[in-house]
Design a binder for this molecule. Sequence first.
Ligand SMILES: Cc1cc2nc3c(=O)[nH]c(=O)nc-3n(C[C@H](O)[C@H](O)[C@H](O)COP(=O)(O)O)c2cc1C
Length: 314
Amino acid sequence: MIESTLDMSCRIGPVTFKNPLIMASGTFGFGKEYGNLYDLSKLGGISGKGITLHPRPGNPGIRVYETPSGMLNSVGLENPGIASFLADECAFWEKLDTVRIVNLGGGTVQDYVQGAGMIDADSRIRERDGRKAVDMIELNISCPNVKAGGMAYGIKTSVAREVVREVRAATSLPLMVKLSPNAEDIADMAQMCEEEGAEAVSLINTLSGMKIDVRRRRSVFENLYAGLSGPAVKPIALRMVHQVCKRVHIPVVGMGGISSSEDMIEFIMAGAQAVQVGTYNFVNWHAGAELAEGVERFMIAEGIRSLDEIRGIL
Ligand SMILES: Cc1cc2nc3c(=O)[nH]c(=O)nc-3n(C[C@H](O)[C@H](O)[C@H](O)COP(=O)(O)O)c2cc1C
């Protein structure tokens, strides 16, 4: 912290973040490893590794591939399942002095609903001094819909609406819906989330991409396509965040390729309430300890006292 009079805080529904820097799902585990490198209480929040009702082994074959200014991943949501998360990880999580967001995936609407219900119930049991063990659910609608040939829920607004509506009814925890840039119309999708009672939307998840191994004459990935992230996607993410901020009245959390404090500020100027940082954690393990301080330095240099002075200023 550089100067205590600066207001770096931001709000989503009833939840206050001490600063706008949230670590993105799938790139930060549940924070344990990074907690050995720096103090996790410096973070505004952590979105944990994506979890699903049932354990998932993830995809076979090559899972990550570096691209110019980015990476492709085909991890396939490998995770131990919600029961194991609640039994093994939550005890570490509930002690963290930062906002704790569970990233929830699913293969059927029923999976999503049951998963949200379990997280909700467990977090009530663990409630201490009025604070639940989980502060928020981030609903990942980029997962393949097993009953619709594997097309992701987040592509068509009508399909995604059912998931958002059912999960909204299954939990009283604040709900942030994570949007796919592969959606037919991302602003429509965001508006639907607002209509269905979500407290916030976050965007973007990875863009569908491909890499061909020319000697083997086949895709590098067993699943053919993979998710592109990192600086290569940042201009697209920023444009989408700007479009969504123009459409909805709920807070928008921006992400996609952020790798500097200046990138963070761009997203806030586009209208984002907060931001998430994913792929850059693999490049700079100390990103979480450094980026928010860079925003503070910018605020001091520019005479800005509160992020509200620049949010959506464009
Ligand atoms: C290896 C890897 C795993 C990811 N796993 C998840 C996940 O489980 N759930 C999710 O919502 N997003 C997941 N994402 C997407 C990121 O959270 C983020 O939306 C995306 O990578 C764009 O941000 P970035 O360019 O800062 O990484 C994953 C990304 C990567 C690179």
